[in-house]
Design a protein around this ligand. Structure first.
Ligand code: MD6
Ligand code: FE
Length: 200
């Protein structure tokens, strides 16, 4: 494992996973999933997203940024459920609460290219992810593009923390293994990434 990447399997048991999915279903009614597009090219992402918390991450032709409102409804993002704030407090090892919870929804064939999470002001705070539904093949490497990488399977209920030396590691999702979880009735995967955005 790369220094600073901390993997915690099975943090949420099945009832806790189901309760979180239910909370997300309600949140998505207020803040519908949208399809982000790449800056400049306008090429659509294969994942759909929404956000929870005071700030949400969006990507459109103008660029990547955090903003307090949903890009289509103009409404503030729904609050983060207590269970995700509890997970942050247990595993982030950081004194302030997260401001943003990005919700990524992967349907059949969706993936995410190698990237760094670097749109936050505060790299002292880790990024913490919670996986739900089908197992994903997570790829990660060093802080420069093109270096050696390795993979890790992220299953439903698992938590991953990228902090310290790994905060700016390149990482992505090679693929989602369909049929590996029964949590989501239609299959697929949800990943939540919790971040602190602003400086103290
Ligand atoms: C995903 N995760 O698991 C994508 N970023 O669907 C991320 O991009 C990510 O898992 C920063 C820290 C942890 C992550
Ligand atoms: Fe990321």
């Amino acid at each position: 494992m790369f220094e600073g990447i901390n993997y915690h399997p099975n943090v949420l048991d099945r009832p806790a996973q189901a309760a979180l999915v239910e909370a997300l279903r309600i949140a998505v009614q207020a803040a519908p999933l949208f399809t982000p597009v790449m800056p400049r090219t306008g090429r659509p992402f294969s994942v759909r997203m929404t956000n929870l918390g005071s700030l949400g991450w969006v990507s459109d032709k103008a660029g990547y940024r955090y903003q307090p409102h949903h890009p289509e409804t103009g409404q503030p993002w729904p609050a983060m459920p207590d269970v995700v704030l509890d997970i942050w407090q247990r595993f982030a090892n950081y004194p302030r609460l997260p401001e943003a919870c990005l919700v990524n929804f992967y349907q059949q064939g969706a993936k995410m290219g190698l990237h760094q999470d670097r749109d936050e002001e505060d790299f002292a705070a880790p990024v913490l992810s919670v996986s739900l539904g089908d197992t994903a093949v997570f790829r990660f490497g060093g802080t420069t593009r093109g270096g050696k990488t390795q993979t890790l399977k992220l299953s439903s209920g698992d938590v991953l923390v990228m902090g310290g030396a790994s905060r700016l590691c390149f990482h992505g999702i090679d693929r989602v293994l369909s049929g590996t979880s029964t949590l989501l009735k239609e299959g697929g995967r949800i990943n939540l990434t919790l971040r602190r955005v602003t400086m103290p």
